[in-house]
Design a protein around this ligand. Sequence first.
Ligand code: GLV
Ligand code: MN
Ligand code: MN
Length: 410
Amino acid sequence: MPTSAGFEEMWRDLAPVGRSASSGGYFRQPWATAESELRAWFVEQCAARGLTVETDGVGNQVAWWEPAPSVQEGAQRSSRDPGVLTGSHLDSVLDGGAYDGPLGVVSALAAVDVLRARGFEPSRPLGLGVFVEEEGSRFGRACLGSRLVTGATTWEEARELRDRDGVLLGDAVADAGLDPSTGLLSLDRVGTFVELHVEQGRDLVDRDVAVGLASEIWPHGRWRFDFTGQANHAGTTRMEDRHDPMLTYAMTALAANKQARLSGQRATFGRIAVEPNGTNAVPSLVTAWLDARASSDDDLATLVEAVRRQADDRAGRDGTSLVVTPESVSGSVAFDADLAARLASLGDWPIIPTQAGHDAGILSAAGIPTAMVFVRNPTGVSHSPDEHAETADCLAGVEALADVLEELTR
Ligand code: GLV
Ligand code: MN
Ligand code: MN
């Protein structure tokens, strides 16, 4: 089958899974129906290519294309030589786009088809992988699957995380039929990791190129802000007698936006929970999550500290109190520059930074030489139903990934 037909058929298979009829966006939260369906689909796709998927105790998946012994010998490799892993994730943010994650998985499968159509045989193992709960949309911990396999987060810590309905991660994993005591994906065979991803900004479209490589990921993280006040009657409580945590939160959101704009960084409050969430009562508690990103670890610390200081000042004036808890913090990642330069020369691709987090960042931070291939996004919109990439650019991405994998496994 030509690459385009294979890619488009896979893309059509995935299109309805977890899609909201009202927004057109995707709800593919981990250890739930849509995401499980996608992981089963991945197993079928690998089987159709003669590859067997191993699923670890939390749901991370890998299928290895083993080198033929004659090819391995011809290239003077031993069976202990490390392999190359490529892939991404299948979960989405709430009401997310179709491309963030699945594009990397579908492209990995399609790249295998391209390599086989070229008659290429790898002399190193070539793995196709899927990491679970990359977005942290359910349990709040970004890149949880790759954090677990690299040891950046322990299962003992992770199992206690709760989702919005109070479900423990340990129970969600068990309910999905998985058993962490059976072990986690081993990275022993992974000499290099390559993740293809839709670009989540406008760098490639502004440069007028379909494909690029990553240089770095900005440090970023999530902080929970608990603003506590006093519940009271919305009509009878005089304005000057209130201890309203909504006001402290509102001012904090404005301060975060201003602070980030002034310093050229990013700060977002995209999620809040209000108690008791009644129209005719001053709330007792507002919990809001700050997502902050900056060009250096120091700048990130400075940004978050400035937001916290202004929130504290305001809490003092409102008679409310504030507790700030870091939930998911990732330091800056500089991808292997020699690897990026070597791969960029295959297609004269630009090497660009990103402000989005990826499993590739976690593997890179764990010391695995890692590269990312970005595919142009015509609007730059992402984490939204409007996220998009043109098919021609996706196909260019598949060819680029095939070139990269050929270079790394020849
Ligand atoms: C993941 O996509 C993130 O950057 O939050
Ligand atoms: Mn992603
Ligand atoms: Mn994402």
